[in-house]
Design a protein around this ligand. Structure first.
Ligand code: SF4
Length: 372
């Protein structure tokens, strides 16, 4: 069966940059683009998708959430909210990503063997919330290690060492002197698979990719059905600055909501912006982003607030009505300025769990389906 290559455009900067990057670097890949539209994105997101279609010269297929393709006059989010009796999603009850993003995507690909390209960057340390269906294989072109965790775990088990060493002999290029030694070294608790793989990629990315591809050919992974795979020679690692550069250089542009806006509170100045794509009311956003929404897009904030009239709230510890009390806004802004200052003073390193959870990559905690 023919392998399909797909790329989900979340509306965020990373998936957009990945589409541009793959078109420029690997024009031979016949990629199908799709977006799962919740109906609740910011206008800038829809503008980005339109600009991308022009650049790619291809349509980006819009997927909807309903089972029969008819949302009965509602956008996807409201259609599902009605089915959920107005029960708002939250980080504890996250029905939205599964039903609005993953289910339509899995329906779109059906049972076809699929390579799904995911724009997680080389400076991020996450796999995110991605499909685990066996006919869908995720590839991460912005990282040195382009493979998903399950592939790595299977390829470098100790029982594969013999196979890997035999495969190495078939590669027409001499590995670095200590490569064979490293490849032969068994995985243990003190030398886990991830460490072994990282070291092998560090020593020689191309050879390591060739070995993993040889292993994949013995499995049921979708890529086993491909004659070749051009990304095996890819050694690029792309980080946040590269993403912004790709968007600007291509003419597609950076969504306006990433641009920082100055604010003042009690004689101090700070800058805020939105850090992610996704629904304007997303419960993953930081408090300062809610304030940004309230001050920069009051119409959207009002709509977010209206959803809370049915008795549920977007945040666990306060309602939006409480969040926009003047004293609370001042406190959020002051806390944010202090936190930014602390980051600068400490060289941005904090080992406190609360800081990691609330400030992962400028607030990009959440899901790979929505925020890449
Ligand atoms: S952006 Fe947030 S609210 Fe929207 S589907 Fe994703 S996780 Fe849910």
């Amino acid at each position: 069966m023919k392998v399909r290559h797909v790329l989900g455009i979340s509306g965020g900067k990373d998936s957009a940059a990945l589409a541009i990057y793959l078109k420029m670097q690997y024009p031979e890949l016949n990629i199908e683009y799709y977006t799962t539209d919740t109906g609740k994105e910011l206008d800038e997101t829809y503008e980005l998708i339109r600009n991308l279609e022009i650049f790619l010269g291809k349509k980006i297929t819009r997927l909807t959430a309903s089972t029969d393709g008819d949302n009965h006059g509602y956008d996807s989010f409201d259609y599902l909210l009605n089915l959920k009796f107005q029960f708002l999603p939250s980080s504890q009850a996250r029905w939205c990503t599964q039903t609005l993003k993953l289910a339509p995507f899995e329906k779109f690909v059906g049972n076809d063997p699929v390579i799904s390209y995911v724009g997680i960057r080389g400076d991020e340390n996450r796999d995110g919330y991605i499909s685990k269906k066996p006919n869908i294989q995720s590839i991460f072109p912005f990282r040195k290690n382009i493979w998903s965790e399950d592939v790595i775990n299977k390829a470098f088990t100790n029982k594969q060492i013999g196979f890997m060493l035999d495969s190495l002999l078939t590669i027409p290029r001499e590995p670095a002197p200590d490569y064979v030694e490293l490849l032969s070294q068994p995985v243990t608790i003190k030398f886990p698979v991830k460490k072994k793989a990282d070291l092998l990629f560090e020593r020689d990315t191309t050879i390591t990719n060739a070995l993993i591809y040889a292993f994949i050919k013995t499995t049921d992974y979708p890529l086993a059905q491909s004659e070749s795979f051009p990304l095996l020679d890819n050694e690029d690692v792309l980080v946040k600055e590269d993403i912004f550069r790709i968007l600007r250089d291509s003419g597609v542009g950076v969504p306006k909501y990433y641009e920082k806006v100055s604010f003042e509170v009690n004689g101090k100045t700070g800058e805020y912006a939105r850090s992610r794509s996704g629904c304007y009311f997303c419960f993953f956003q930081q408090k300062i982003e809610w304030v940004w929404l309230y001050e920069q897009h009051p119409d959207l904030f009002q709509k977010a607030l209206d959803y809370e009239k049915k008795g549920y709230s977007w945040n666990d510890n306060e309602t939006l009505a409480e969040l926009i009390m003047p004293a609370r806004i001042m406190q959020i802004k002051e806390d944010y300025i202090k936190k930014e200052q602390d980051k600068k003073n400490q060289g941005r390193v904090s080992s406190k769990l609360i800081d990691i959870l609330t400030d992962y990559e400028d607030g990009e905690i959440g899901c790979a389906a929505c925020f890449i």
